[in-house]
Write a protein that binds this ligand. Structure first.
Ligand SMILES: NC(=O)c1ccc[n+]([C@@H]2O[C@H](COP(=O)([O-])OP(=O)(O)OC[C@H]3O[C@@H](n4cnc5c(N)ncnc54)[C@H](O)[C@@H]3O)[C@@H](O)[C@H]2O)c1
Length: 321
């Protein structure tokens, strides 16, 4: 059963699964309670890129807090195991490098990113408390930057932004001086890690899932323009507030307890991702179109998606949370 309110997700992403008799797609917002017969719950519901999670930050907090609470209530009622998609953002601007699960993080609780970072931190708290208080069988995955086919091209994430701009022969928009680092995990590796974590016994503490290969944003830009056959032209913009300068997972725990580590190096993953975006841009007729300014400003969020994230339809508002 696949649940989505289609704020950032698209029906097209699962169209190839719709004909399977054992696959069900439900439009549902996790901020609303629900009851289903399930054995396992993967709670991934939350916009994940700044442009989307900052579009309606209150709703982002609700998706993380009330959404996770609803999924925990469901897990408790039907005795299901539940896995929470947490994030490397719980480490904030880290004072420890690379980040191990024992590090508690350095997060600005009142900044523009707090709706996501602190929302995910509270979600982890709820998971641990439901486990301690109600014996719910929980798993927490701290996911580091993940990319791959089926990402939205207007998502505002660095990989999709760079690929789309390079394919359109535009200058790449680079925030900061490009020396800030990130670790990029190919989606297939992450999915394998999530499944292993879900099915491992007795692992109730957070586990980092990410690719420890660390690249500066400038290096990422160089690889992408090369794969797109473009010239490296960069437009530098100021670094957004609270943008972390370093990110690299310590995945010792996942290696030891899950026997997991990423198998797809960055260049190889990008080689699989670029053709996906090229195909999408060709279909939408936007391959060579010039596009000025920053990709994916909030105003570009299509009306039907804005509706999915509007306040009006929210049960939580009707009940004055
Ligand atoms: N991709 C990454 O780099 C990354 C890194 C760390 C954590 N994560 C986490 O992994 C999860 C999936 O991320 P993704 O990259 O696939 O992002 P995504 O935006 O592609 O997927 C999130 C999905 O959740 C849905 N959604 C959002 N709010 C919802 C709500 N209230 N009710 C029901 N559905 C809702 C969206 O429509 C979308 O389909 C998120 O929880 C994200 O925070 C992702």
């Amino acid at each position: 059963m696949c649940l989505d309110n289609f704020f950032t997700g698209r029906r097209d992403n699962v169209r190839h699964l719709l004909d399977y008799s054992r696959f069900e797609l439900l439009r549902h917002d996790v901020c609303e309670p629900l009851l289903l017969e399930v054995d396992q719950i993967y709670n991934l519901a939350c916009p994940a890129s700044p442009v989307h999670y900052q579009y309606n930050p209150i709703k982002t907090v609700k998706s993380n807090v009330i959404g996770t609470l609803n999924m925990l209530v469901l897990a408790r009622r039907v005795s299901a195991r539940i896995l929470q998609a947490s994030t490397s953002e719980v480490y904030g601007e880290p004072h420890v490098h690379p980040q191990t699960e024992r590090y508690w993080g350095n997060v600005n609780p009142i900044g523009l990113r707090a709706c996501y970072d602190e929302g995910k931190r509270v979600a982890e708290t709820l998971m641990m408390d439901y486990h301690r208080q109600n014996k719910v069988d929980i798993r927490i995955a701290r996911i580091f930057n993940t990319y791959g086919p089926r990402m939205a091209e207007s998502d505002g994430r660095v990989v999709s932004n760079f690929i789309v701009q390079a394919l359109r022969r535009e200058r790449l928009t680079l925030y900061g001086d490009g020396s800030q680092t990130r670790s990029f995990c190919y989606v297939d590796d992450l999915v394998e890690g999530l499944i292993r974590l879900m099915n491992a016994d007795g692992l109730h503490h957070p586990v980092n899932l990410g690719n420890p290969g660390e690249f500066s944003i400038h290096q990422l830009a160089e690889i992408i323009v090369e794969l797109c056959g473009a010239e490296l032209e960069i437009e530098y913009q100021p670094l957004p507030q609270d943008d972390p300068t370093q990110r690299r997972p310590d995945i010792t725990r996942a290696q030891q307890l899950l026997g997991w580590q990423p198998t797809v190096p960055l260049r190889q993953g990008l080689e699989r991702t670029v053709p996906y975006f090229a195909q999408r841009l060709t279909r939408s007729g936007g391959h060579q179109a010039k596009h000025s300014g920053r990709l994916a400003p909030a105003g570009d969020i299509p009306v039907e998606r804005r509706r999915a994230y509007s306040e009006a339809a929210d049960w939580t508002d009707r009940h004055q949370f």
